[in-house]
Design a protein around this ligand. Structure first.
Ligand SMILES: Cc1cc2nc3c(=O)[nH]c(=O)nc-3n(C[C@H](O)[C@H](O)[C@H](O)COP(=O)(O)OP(=O)(O)OC[C@H]3O[C@@H](n4cnc5c(N)ncnc54)[C@H](O)[C@@H]3O)c2cc1C
Length: 388
C-alpha cells in the first residue's frame, strides 16, 4: 500500500505538466493513475515570475498563462498540491518514500522537477520584493524604468558576484538617482539568505542585515553550473544536473524533468520534458499494476502480440485496491462525478466508501458481491484508479 501512484516534486511548468499527464492520459479507455504534487512554493515555479514568457519567433505566452492553463487541469482532475519542502526521495525497492519538512509520503514512482538550485532561499520571495536577472538584460530595462518611477525614494539592494557591476551600471543609467542603491557582493559564504519583515526585505549575511524595499539578484553574475537537486541520490552530469535518458528516466521508477536536468533553461523544454516524464511514469505504473504494457496508442505506437487492448479495461484482480480520484455530488437520485454518474443506491454508496485505496478488491467482493461492472464504469469515467 502507498499514498499515490506517482508523486511529483516541484510545481513549476515541468512538474505540473508531468502531473497532468500521469494522472489522465487521454487515450480511449485508459485507466487513470493517482498523482500528487509536492512543491515548497505556490504552483508556478520560475515561470510565474515577472516577465517570464514562453516564446516562439512570432508568438509569446505571457507570464502565468502557461501555468494558469496547467493549473486548470490540475484543479479539474482534483490533483492534490501540497505546499511542503521535499528533503529526500528514498528508493525503497518496490516503492519510494518522499520525506518532507512535514511528513512522509509513499509512491510507486517519483518525478523530480524541482528546478535548479537557487543561490539561497530566494524562491520563497520571488515575484514580490525580490527579483532577478537571467537571459540577458534587454527586458530588464522596462522593468527597471517602471520600478524607478513607481518606487522613487525607496531602496533597492543589488546582490551578486564581482561581475554584478554591469547590471548596476544599467540600473544607474535608468535610475537617475530616483532610488537609493545598495550593493552586496556574495562570495558564496557570507550571504545566509533573505527575509521579509514589516514591509521590508533583508539580505542576511554572516555579520549584518542589509535592509531594502526591493532586492535584485543578478543571476547573470553567478556561474550557473554547479546547480543540482540534492534531494535525490542518482547519477548526475559533470556539472551536477540529474542525468536522464531521452524518455526522462533516471532509475527504475524515478524520472526527472525541466531545469533539474540541465540547460537549456526554458519553459518550453520544461513542459516537454514534464510531459514525457508524466507519460513514462504512467507506463511504468501501469506495468506494475497489470503486468503488461499500457496501450498508450498515438503517444507510443506499439506493436503488441495478440489483440489490441485499446478498448478494454485490464483484468480486475483481488489484489487491486480501488481508489476514488474525484469528489462526487449526490443529486436527484444520482451520484455525479466529473465525467460519469451512478445510480444512488445503498450498494453503490457502500462501494464508494470502500474505494479508499486501502481495501483490496478481494475484500470488497467478499463484502458486497460482484462489483466489477460498477468499478469498470468508474474507471471508464476516470473517477477511479486501481492501486496495488
Ligand atoms: C528571471 C528569469 C527569467 C526567465 N525567462 C524566461 C523566458 O522568458 N522564457 C523561458 O522560456 N524561460 C525563462 N526562464 C526559465 C524558466 O522560467 C525555467 O526554465 C522554467 O521555469 C523551468 O521549469 P521547472 O518546472 O523545471 O522549474 P521551476 O520553474 O524552477 O519550478 C521548480 C519547482 O520546484 C519547487 N521546488 C524546488 N525545490 C523543492 C523542494 N525541495 N521541495 C518541493 N518543491 C521544490 C519550486 O518551488 C518550484 O515550484 C527564466 C527564468 C528566470 C529565473
Amino acid at each position: 500500500m502507498y499514498d499515490r501512484d506517482v508523486i511529483v516534486v516541484g510545481g513549476g511548468p515541468a512538474g505540473l505538466s508531468a502531473a497532468v499527464r500521469a494522472r489522465r492520459v487521454r487515450t480511449y479507455n485508459l485507466h487513470s493513475s493517482s498523482v500528487m504534487v509536492i512543491s515548497n512554493a505556490p504552483p508556478g515555479g520560475l515561470a510565474d515570475w515577472t516577465k517570464v514568457r514562453m516564446t516562439g519567433d512570432g508568438w509569446s505566452h505571457e507570464k502565468g498563462e502557461v501555468i494558469d492553463k496547467l493549473m486548470n487541469d490540475i484543479e479539474d482532475y482534483s490533483i492534490p498540491v501540497k505546499e511542503e519542502k521535499v528533503l529526500k526521495v528514498k528508493d525503497q525497492g518496490d516503492t519510494f518514500t518522499v520525506v518532507t519538512d512535514e511528513g512522509e509520503y509513499t509512491s510507486l514512482a517519483v518525478i523530480v522537477a524541482a528546478g535548479m538550485k537557487m543561490t539561497w532561499n530566494e524562491r520563497e520571495y520571488f515575484g514580490g520584493k525580490l527579483f532577478g536577472t537571467l537571459k540577458g538584460y534587454r527586458f530588464m530595462e522596462d522593468h527597471f524604468e517602471k520600478l524607478c518611477e513607481e518606487e522613487e525614494g525607496k531602496t533597492i539592494v543589488f546582490v551578486g558576484t564581482e561581475k554584478l557591476d554591469k547590471t548596476l551600471e544599467l540600473f544607474k543609467e535608468i535610475n537617475q538617482e530616483r532610488m537609493e542603491v545598495k550593493k552586496v557582493i556574495d562570495h558564496g559564504k557570507n550571504i545566509r539568505g533573505y527575509e521579509e519583515k514589516d514591509d521590508e526585505i533583508m539580505v542576511l549575511t554572516e555579520d549584518e542585515e542589509i535592509h531594502g524595499d526591493h532586492v535584485l539578484i543578478d543571476f547573470e553574475s553567478y556561474q550557473l553550473d554547479a546547480i543540482t537537486s540534492d534531494i535525490v541520490e542518482c547519477e548526475k552530469d559533470e556539472t551536477g544536473f540529474i542525468k536522464t535518458d531521452k524518455r526522462s528516466r533516471v532509475n527504475e521508477g524515478l524520472f526527472a524533468a525541466g531545469d533539474v536536468t540541465g540547460p537549456p533553461f526554458s519553459i518550453a523544454k520544461a513542459v516537454g520534458e514534464g510531459t514525457t516524464a508524466g507519460l513514462e511514469s504512467y507506463r511504468y505504473v501501469y506495468r506494475k499494476k497489470f503486468g503488461e504494457e499500457a496501450p498508450v496508442f498515438a503517444f507510443y505506437p506499439i506493436h503488441q502480440e495478440g489483440e489490441p487492448t485499446y478498448f478494454e479495461i485490464p483484468e480486475l484482480e483481488d489484489h487491486h485496491r480501488p481508489k476514488l480520484l474525484d469528489d462526487y455530488e449526490i443529486e436527484d437520485g444520482r451520484i455525479i462525478f466529473r465525467d460519469c454518474e451512478l445510480e444512488k443506491k445503498e450498494e453503490n454508496i457502500r462501494l464508494l466508501q470502500l474505494c479508499d485505496g486501502e481495501h483490496r478488491l478481494g475484500e470488497i467482493r467478499d463484502k458486497l458481491g460482484n462489483v466489477d461492472a460498477v468499478i469498470k464504469e468508474l474507471i471508464h469515467g476516470k473517477a477511479l484508479t486501481l492501486e496495488v
